[in-house]
Design a protein around this ligand. Structure first.
Ligand code: ADP
Ligand code: MG
Length: 617
């Protein structure tokens, strides 16, 4: 039998390796940035077009390469960073496998320009899909420029698999943040589609964190530091009252390399135990230095997981130091999560001057006067307070201006009359009093049995249809804010807001960008509370970035879903009878009342016959 085994040609082997190293544009960004850091650059510029799908360029002022190295660096296992197996255990560099450039060159159009300080001329070289095209001398400043164009040009399946520009850009920013945080001394800049998104001057770690995340970041940071035999630990954590819904700003670096570790994350959360409300997340930027031989990072070229020798000790030290910092900076005692949020100053009053209280004396007051005045007063207050209560719950719901809602109200009123004036059995029978179960479901008897409605999902459906209509017709009504509200976001968050600004406007969200990282809100949808705006926008942005709704038909659809999800009443909310009725009526006025916008049942129906069967067992 003839032999059938062959060695794969290099370009095929490279393409296969590329599958592991380069999953998306962000992988290229990571490799090129790390190479520039390894080349001791002090100034690194990243240029991106179309979320890296058409262009990724990295310009550094590092040590550059010789003419020969410029050719060699694209060979597989070509590296200047290790020579012997032992070197693996004393790594000082980011790269060491010598695989990245070979892989990238196999699946893109790559150009390299590089010059070492001592050389007069540099070299310019092009490779396309592992195919060498040309190399010629060129003039350029000291350092290296890599240009990667048309990623996956020869692997359409991969190209089609890429996600939207927003998502791919998000991944690129993640990589950029990780490298920039680990090297605050290096000047980094990022230009995307011609706009400068980041310009991070050389500085210390705190300055770097603030330069990246901006806003109130500086206020919220508390330092952590601890030196033990097995680990030196330093960095910053956020004060608990700045905790966020999203897990965005959580970074561990081990020996200055970004890693992910659910285990260490847990240690940090444990330290915050009792200080964070619900599932809010602290921010942290923690740098661990461990002896290189005590870790094994050689698991996978692109993985960020890591194995430690002594995980348990690391966990304990990390938790203790974070706890210590929170205590030391006196963060813990001032927290009071049980305080009534109604006592907080609403945003609109923040800038208002305080007026001296006005004291009014009733000069006609006569302590011997009869009680009539008093009792009168009592009755007016009680009417007033019941009205107020009504108003507050009604604001929860949308005024769909649909007739069904009005009819529902009329029904409630007429029933009241029926109840008190006539004790008519037949009328009482048609009146189906609903009641809440576990503050989660609404049970509503109907002729043919019993409806059990999931209150949160039902409200999601109602809001979803409302928002979708408003976004499509631009018909949302807006309440003007008395004092425009300035909110600070990160630049990327602002990017998302820009993308969805038109749709938000359609439902009554009026805002402008005041700075690169801030918006001024002048109007909000009328069903919203002013104090909830920041939280809602953060949530929306987070969900939008995570792209959890890929099955949505359009951006409008997605936005309507996200808004509905975030604004709908939740399980656990007590609903008075009128609220329950309103919800039921609005639900059944919806086009698709059977399911929530996320395709979950909004209600179930128990038939009379089912009930009877149960009793006749
Ligand atoms: P690795 O980084 O694992 O060594 P790469 O494929 O990323 O492998 O790079 C191969 C080699 O090319 C590096 O070892 C380095 O010598 C050289 N190189 C890559 N990028 C640069 C750069 N920006 N400046 C100088 N040399 C570089
Ligand atoms: Mg490398």
């Amino acid at each position: 039998m003839s032999s059938i085994i062959q060695l794969l040609p290099d370009h095929v082997a490279n393409q296969i390796a590329a599958g592991e190293v380069v999953q998306r544009p962000a992988s290229v960004v990571k490799e090129l940035l790390e190479n520039a850091v390894d080349a001791k650059a002090t100034d690194i510029k990243l240029i991106i077009n179309d979320a890296g799908k058409t262009l990724i360029q990295v310009i550094d002022n590092g040590i550059g390469m010789s003419i020969i190295d410029a050719r060699l660096c694209f060979e597989r296992h070509a590296t200047s960073k290790i020579k012997h197996a032992e070197d693996l255990f004393a790594l000082q560099t980011k790269g060491f496998r010598g695989e990245a450039l070979a892989s990238i060159a196999a699946i893109a159009h790559v150009e390299l320009k590089t010059r070492q300080e001592q050389d007069e001329l540099g070299t310019h070289l092009r490779i396309e899909g592992s195919k060498f095209i040309f190399q010629e001398p060129c003039v350029l400043p000291k350092g290296t420029t890599f240009l990667v164009k048309n990623l996956f040009f020869n692997i359409p399946a991969r190209r089609n698999f890429l996600k939207s520009d927003t998502v791919e850009m998000r991944h690129i920013l993640d990589e950029f943040h990780r490298v920039a945080l680990a090297h605050p001394k290096i000047h980094f800049s990022l230009i995307a589609n011609g706009n400068e998104i980041f310009n991070l001057p050389s500085g210390n770690l705190r300055q770097r964190i603030v330069a990246i995340f901006m806003g109130k970041t500086n206020e919220k940071l508390v330092p952590v530091e601890e030196n033990t035999e097995i680990v030196s630990l330093k960095g910053f954590i956020s004060k608990p009252d700045f905790a966020k819904k999203s897990r965005g700003e959580q970074f561990f670096f081990v020996n200055n390399r970004y890693i992910k570790s659910g285990y260490l994350h847990h240690a940090v959360l444990q330290a915050y135990d009792g200080l964070l409300k619900d599932d809010l997340q602290p921010s942290y930027f923690i740098f661990l230095d461990v002896p290189p031989h005590s870790i094994d990072i050689n698991i996978h070229p692109t993985k960020t997981e890591i194995k430690f020798d002594d995980e348990h000790a690391l966990y304990a030290i990390l938790r203790a130091s974070v706890k210590h910092s929170l205590g030391q900076f006196n963060v813990a005692p001032i927290l009071d999560f049980d305080r009534d949020p109604n006592l907080d100053t609403p945003y609109s009053l923040l800038h208002r001057e305080a007026k001296a209280p006005h004291i009014e004396v009733n000069r006609n007051f006569n302590p011997f006067a009869t009680e009539t005045f008093d009792s009168n007063k009592k009755s007016t207050t009680s009417i007033f307070s019941s009205k107020k209560q009504n108003a507050s719950w009604e604001s929860l719901y949308i005024d769909m201006a649909s007739q069904s809602a009005q009819i529902a109200q009329i029904e409630v009123e007429s029933e009241e009359v029926n109840n008190t004036l006539f004790q008519d059995e037949s009328i009482n029978e048609t009146r189906n009093k609903s009641f809440q179960i576990n503050r989660k479901y609404i049970a509503c008897p109907i002729k043919s049995g019993l409806l059990i409605i999931h209150q949160s999902r039902a409200h999601q459906r109602i809001l979803y249809e409302k928002f979708l209509k408003e976004i499509t017709l631009s018909s949302g009504s807006s309440q003007q804010l008395l004092f425009p509200l300035e909110l600070v976001f990160t630049i990327e968050e602002c990017g998302v807001l820009k993308e969805i600004q038109d749709s938000l406007q359609a439902i009554g969200f009026l805002f402008e960008f005041s700075k690169q990282d801030a918006v001024i809100i002048t109007g909000i949808p009328d069903i919203m509370l002013e104090t909830k705006i920041e939280f809602l926008l953060q949530e929306l942005i987070k969900d939008y970035q995570e792209d959890t709704l890929r099955e949505s038909f359009s951006q409008n659809d997605k936005l309507a879903k996200l808004l509905a999800k975030n604004l709908a009443i939740k399980s656990g909310k007590l609903l008075v009878e009128e609220e329950q009725e309103q919800l039921i009526n609005q639900l059944f006025a919806c086009k698709e009342h059977i399911t929530s916008p996320f395709q979950k049942n909004t209600y179930i129906q128990i038939e009379m016959s089912d009930l009877e069967k149960k009793f006749n067992l």
